[in-house]
Write a protein that binds this ligand. Structure first.
Ligand SMILES: [Zn+2]
Length: 178
């Protein structure tokens, strides 16, 4: 396929992103330029997208450090046998727990992108959901009874996913009803 027919003379057109920042894209056919100008007005510029992601990455690495310290500082109580078992459960869980919002949960929030919701508001909503998820992880790590870890060892994932899902539903209703 020849690209010469599609690409123009290599000039650039200015677009304005939803965040208000300007950018330039390679000029193409008018219909494509119009489409891409419209698309830009509904998305954030790359710098803003990277800033939102960097903020969330930072929250996640803080969470890793915080729970590591919390687990080290929280001495489990119970019989010696219970404590040994619970410590293994806690250690394993801290290793496997997913701090990022699971894609299947996040997809509900992503649907808001189709509507007239501002992309900035969606990014903020994702950050709010992540904060709720990380707080739920902190809540689990705060448990100090060995028996609790043993009894609920199969529900630890749900204890983080449920508050995540609740936060997503709450953010969605705010976004879609504003
Ligand atoms: Zn921007």
């Amino acid at each position: 396929m020849s690209s010469k027919a599609i690409f123009g003379n290599g000039s650039e057109i200015q677009v304005t992103y939803a965040c208000g920042h300007q950018g330039s894209i390679k000029s193409q056919r008018d219909s494509i330029n119009e489409m891409r100008t419209r698309a830009a007005s509904r998305t954030l510029c790359e710098v803003c997208i990277i800033a939102h992601r960097a903020k969330r990455d930072c929250m996640i690495s803080n969470s890793v450090q915080r729970t590591k310290e919390a687990a080290a500082a929280t001495k489990l109580t119970g019989t010696r046998k219970q404590i040994e078992w619970a410590e293994r459960i806690r250690e394993k869980w801290l290793f496997i727990v997913k701090r990022e919002i699971p894609t299947h949960l996040l997809s509900n929030l992503e649907k808001a992108r189709i509507g007239a919701v501002s992309p900035e508001a969606i990014e903020q909503a994702i950050t709010t959901v992540l904060a709720a998820r990380l707080a739920a992880i902190d809540g689990v790590v705060a448990h100090c009874k060995a028996a609790w870890w043993i009894d609920f060892r199969s529900y630890l994932e749900a204890m983080v996913n449920q508050p995540t899902d609740a936060a997503i539903k709450s953010e969605c209703s705010v976004l879609l009803n504003r």
